[in-house]
Design a protein. Structure first.
Lengths: 241, 469
């Protein structure tokens, strides 16, 4: 929450430094609150920052893990990639990044993962299909034990559809709208195999093959039409509507 | 003494229903000085003081009323606050009709003394006359004991105030960005102005209580970590924050909210002042609120004030079984909320963009009383009908947030998710840990949580001063 007129929004921790007492977050400027947050200058303070919330990422030795990420998740997946690697996994990261900026610097990822595939596509940010070809290639070349995906909902859905036939355990880090983030309001409820879960306390990681993607997409768009916001995000190629 | 006793209470002025339905300003306007004096004069100062035992925190009711009658408002404040840290809140939201006022001797003849309204008058007088208030009585000398209070709703604030007065060093931990719990996020401005709540929180802080905001216990520190890090005792007052849903098809459609989300957006985040405030609330023009409690009434009345054209309360039993306070039901009816009794939703229908467009309902009839003592609603076969709605608020009640129980070893919980604690002392089965309020009882009232807080504070104090084992 940026100021006392502000809104509570969920952000993913991208890095931290316990010694310095700092937490790093990365976000896209897509609406009024992220616009406000982007206007904060070095040395400024914000009203409220709460966390960590939800459950920690599930990390153990799985074998080969493919991480498919895009958008700000390219930055926020780094701690998970590092943890998977140090648990003894072979980690392949497939990044969808239409511009160099959206890579958030590929060096940290390259040094953390065994292999990084960068899919730049044709520069149109909306088209998420470009991660699927590299994913299928990896799946053909080697035995994949687990897939982790984070990023735009439509991309996660397509990744889930791609791995479902070969029954590769696939975990999606879901990002529904939240208010309190402590399990109080149910705004972030998602349907997982027909069961209602709260992403803020039961998540954010869920079995991607059981997620009701249509409902998640619709709920994410509840407030997409905010005529008062200085910046507005529009999913131009969204298949949903 | 008055020559002839007036058997009718002095009415409290309220905003006109047609006007108040369009604003978030307080509905009940409070007594004037003359009205307060007139009502205070009705108290007969009976020797048995049945009202005191009717109060969960045993406020010395006849004494503060007597001080008012003598015109010594500062004394009235002192007497009231010696037992109740949150009089401005209690004067507004306590169900006095089933507590102190139910026991009032005058009630046997006609209308009981309007104790709640007088309490509110005293609290409001203090807020407006800070400058002339004599200094508060000194706190007990420091005991050197440290107490952690988890949650800053009515139970937590009460424990914090009582323990601070007894000389303990108290830290309150609050998950949200403001203290007050349900008083801030749940109860709407028009029933309990946030300025009043903030005033009470400030009072508790003025007793030397430290407040840590944005601190989710169970995440940032566990209860065991608090105990290991220097706190001698911990009080759990995290309330019942987990919303229940109907579990019928279509409930995840857009435009369907838990009452918690609807009220949190409206009250805590001030969505009614959007876009000046950043938090939006997507609401249509035909709103159905499912449920019959105070929270359902609050949600319906908020929806009306947010500009809905038609607001329905959909309740599966009849008017007689409504769990909401009579006064709130009356207020809602006056404002034009439409009640659909003996009606239960069976599924929700959606339209474009996944937004709710309708609700299939079933008519009900009442059978034999169930475990709750209320007559059980039974669906009427073939009675399904469709209600056109574009916003739904599900207000079926709440259960405790499982976070604390899940992260604390050795705490006992029931199948309802409530924490097991001794009714008289609030002591849990875990060493040095007490609990009270909705986390123990499930969703109940502000004052019952405060009563539990008072009892827990007394027992914690006993333990910290002579019970150390």
């Amino acid at each position: 929450m940026v100021d006392n007129l502000g809104e509570r929004i969920p952000l993913t921790i991208a890095d931290w430094d316990a010694k310095e007492g700092s937490v790093t977050v990365v976000f896209n400027e897509v609406g009024r609150t992220t616009h406000k947050l982007a206007s904060v200058k070095a040395g400024d303070s914000i009203l409220s920052f709460t966390g960590p919330l939800g459950l920690p990422a599930h990390v153990e030795k799985f074998g080969t893990v493919v991480c498919v990420v895009a958008g700000y998740s390219t930055a926020t997946c780094l701690p998970i990639v590092k943890a998977l690697k140090s648990a003894g996994n072979r980690v392949v990261v497939i990044v969808r990044a239409p511009t160099k900026d959206m890579l958030f610097g590929d060096e940290p990822l390259r040094s953390a993962a065994d292999q990084v595939v960068i899919s730049t596509g044709d520069g149109s940010f909306e088209c998420v299909g470009f991660v699927l070809e590299p994913l299928k290639e990896v799946m053909q070349k080697e035995k994949v034990d687990r897939v982790f995906t984070a990023g735009p909902v439509c991309m996660m859905k397509l990744v889930a559809n791609t791995t479902k036939p070969s029954k590769i355990p696939t975990i999606a880090s879901l990002n529904p709208i939240m208010v309190d983030g402590t399990g109080m309001c149910g705004c972030c409820r998602v349907s997982i195999g027909g069961e209602t879960k709260f992403a803020c306390v039961d998540g954010p990681e869920f079995n991607a093959h059981l997620v009701d993607w249509a409902s998640l997409m619709a709920r994410r768009c509840t407030y997409s039409i905010d005529t008062h916001s200085p910046v507005r995000y529009q999913c131009l190629n969204c298949a949903q509507w | 003494m008055p020559q002839k006793l007036n058997l009718n209470r002095v009415e409290m002025p309220r905003q006109d229903p047609h006007i108040r339905g369009k604003n978030f300003k307080e509905v009940a306007l409070g007594y004037s000085a003359e009205q307060a004096k007139e009502e205070a004069d009705r108290c007969i100062q009976c020797p048995k003081k049945p009202c005191v035992s009717g109060c969960p925190v045993n406020v010395d009711i006849p004494d503060f009323i007597e001080a008012m009658r003598k015109g010594d408002m500062a004394a009235a404040v002192r007497i009231l606050k010696s037992k109740n840290a949150l009089p401005g809140v209690c004067g507004r939201v306590c169900p006095q009709e089933s507590q102190c006022e139910l026991e009032c001797s005058l009630g046997k003849r006609k209308a009981p003394v309007a104790i709640g309204r007088l309490e509110r008058y005293v609290a409001d007088w203090e807020r407006q006359n800070k400058a002339v208030m004599p200094p508060a009585p000194p706190l007990a000398p420091p005991t050197g004991k440290k107490v952690a209070v988890v949650g800053t709703g009515p139970a937590g604030l009460t424990v914090a105030a009582d323990m601070a007065k007894l000389g303990h060093s108290v830290t309150m931990f609050e998950a949200l960005h403001v203290a007050g719990g349900v008083l801030m996020y749940g109860i709407p401005e028009f029933r309990l102005p946030k300025e009043v709540v903030q005033g009470e929180v400030d009072y508790v802080k003025s007793l030397g209580v430290e407040l840590v905001l944005d601190a989710v216990i169970g995440k940032i520190d566990t209860v065991d970590e608090l105990l290991a890090n220097g706190y001698d005792a911990v009080f759990l007052g995290t309330g019942a924050g987990l919303p229940m849903f109907l579990g019928v098809p279509g409930e995840d459609l857009c435009g369907i909210y838990s009452a918690n989300e609807f009220l949190t957006r409206t009250n805590l985040m001030k969505a009614y002042l959007f876009p000046q405030y950043d938090t939006p609330l997507g609401m249509g023009s035909r709103v159905a609120v499912i449920g019959g409690g105070n929270v359902a009434m609050d949600s319906a009345r908020c929806a009306l004030r947010l500009g809905a054209k038609e607001v329905y309360i959909v309740y599966r039993r009849s008017k007689a079984e409504l769990p909401a306070r009579h006064e709130e039901v009356e207020n809602a009816m006056e404002e034009g909320i439409i009640f659909k009794f003996l009606t239960n939703p069976t599924r929700f229908l959606g339209g474009g963009r996944g937004w709710v467009t309708g609700m299939e309902c079933q008519e009900m009839e009442l059978g034999e009383p169930d475990a709750s003592g209320r007559r059980r609603p039974i669906p009427k076969k073939g009675s399904e009908f469709l209600m056109k709605v574009d916003t739904v608020v599900v207000s079926l009640g709440t259960s405790p947030n499982p976070l604390i129980a899940a992260t604390t070893d050795g705490l006992k919980t029931t199948n309802h998710g409530t924490v097991v604690a001794d009714e008289k002392t609030g002591k849990t089965v875990k060493d040095r840990v007490w609990a009270g309020g909705d986390i123990v009882t499930g969703a109940a009232t502000v004052i019952s949580a405060m009563g539990a807080g008072k009892r827990a504070a007394a027992d914690m104090h006993k333990f910290l001063t002579d019970g150390q084992k």
